[in-house]
Ligand binder design. Structure first.
Ligand SMILES: Cc1cc2nc3c(=O)[nH]c(=O)nc-3n(C[C@H](O)[C@H](O)[C@H](O)COP(=O)(O)OP(=O)(O)OC[C@H]3O[C@@H](n4cnc5c(N)ncnc54)[C@H](O)[C@@H]3O)c2cc1C
Length: 295
């Protein structure tokens, strides 16, 4: 049953310090649920899921906005929407995989509201920006009244939708390092159709072939193939040191099958997800091979 809107409360803080105070104080009674673009929360409310009754409206907080170049990367404020990411010249030029992911999240209406921190905190294994953040070894910036801390993205999830964030912490920003020099970036989402679909498999990769001809950098991150977004460490190990070839690709594909643990659900089944994950990995490695062969 839908949640009746008349039973809900929304607190609108003046600034970040006020927001952190309200969040902290709410823990004594009923925690305020951070509300950013609302594109996940309102779906849950509409479906009658118990996400809470009291919300902390972050939308007006200027401290959580903005995209700026950081040392060796880009820092995105928590409220950065996927439209902003998709359109930002620095992101398009230096983080093309992130721009590509932003462009296939929902439709334009969703991209105008959906935020990067909302995607991260929602913690869905199908969240399309998450493999990009994982492959680029992003850092999440969190803050509470007790202070701030930086959380490597690779350590953010303990399990299915289970984050290491404390109840009094907000995500304030995420820093995404630029890919290492000469690395080839790749992003591919496979869903039921090209737009407005939830991923059946989503992959972000970075690979580099050294001047000597062997792979000296391999990062492969996938979503929708396990309870959390994961790095395919066995596939990465199979690639490192190998010379691009059909044999190396087959070895990486076989190793990937050991990395992932997809399930059958309403969107797809495990066997399909395995086949598609392998195909997308091959597509990534073929594209990289073509790029490095051309020099
Ligand atoms: C029609 C439709 C299509 C969609 N398609 C896609 C898709 O293709 N790919 C995809 O990945 N997602 C998709 N989504 C899901 C959704 O748009 C994203 O997950 C989005 O990034 C959520 O951001 P938000 O700002 O709307 O989050 P909200 O709904 O406001 O919040 C989501 C969660 O994050 C928490 N939160 C938000 N901000 C913070 C913060 N700063 N600190 C701590 N916690 C915070 C909230 O408390 C809540 O638990 C779709 C949603 C809809 C409705």
């Amino acid at each position: 049953m839908r949640s009746a809107l008349s039973t809900l409360e929304v607190a609108t803080p003046r600034d970040l310090a006020h927001a952190l105070r309200l969040l902290h104080d709410s823990l004594a009674t009923e925690r305020l649920v951070p509300l950013a673009g609302g594109t996940d929360l309102l779906v849950y409310l509409n479906a009658g899921q118990q996400v809470g009754r009291r919300f902390l409206n972050l939308w007006g907080l200027r401290e959580l906005r903005g995209i700026r170049e950081a040392r060796g990367g880009v820092t995105l404020g928590a409220l950065t929407t996927f439209t902003m990411i998709r359109e930002h010249p620095l992101v398009r030029r230096c983080l093309p995989a992130l721009a590509a992911a932003a462009a296939v999240i929902g439709a334009w209406q969703v991209q105008n509201r959906a935020t990067i921190a909302g995607n991260i905190a929602n913690g869905s294994p199908a969240g399309d920006s998450l493999p990009v953040l994982l492959a680029h070894e992003a850092v999440v910036h969190a803050r509470s009244m007790r202070g701030g801390r930086d959380i490597p993205f690779g350590t953010l999830y303990r399990g299915y939708r289970d984050l290491v964030l404390e109840p009094d912490e907000l995500i304030t920003a995420v820093t995404v390092p630029f890919p290492p020099a000469r690395a080839f970036p790749f992003f591919r989402k496979v869903g039921t159709r090209r737009a407005q679909s939830i991923s059946k498999v989503v992959l972000c990769g970075l690979v580099r072939v050294a001047r000597g001809g062997e792979v000296d950098l391999a990062r492969v991150a996938l979503g929708s193939v396990a309870p959390v977004t994961l790095r395919a460490r066995r596939a990465e190990r199979a690639l490192l040191g190998a010379r691009p070839s059909a044999t190396a690709t087959a070895a990486a594909r076989a190793a990937l099958m050991e990395d992932i643990a997809p399930i059958d659900d309403i969107r797809s089944d495990a066997a399909y997800r395995r086949a598609v994950a392998g195909n997308v990995l091959e597509q990534f490695l073929r594209a990289a091979d073509a790029r490095f062969t051309m020099g």
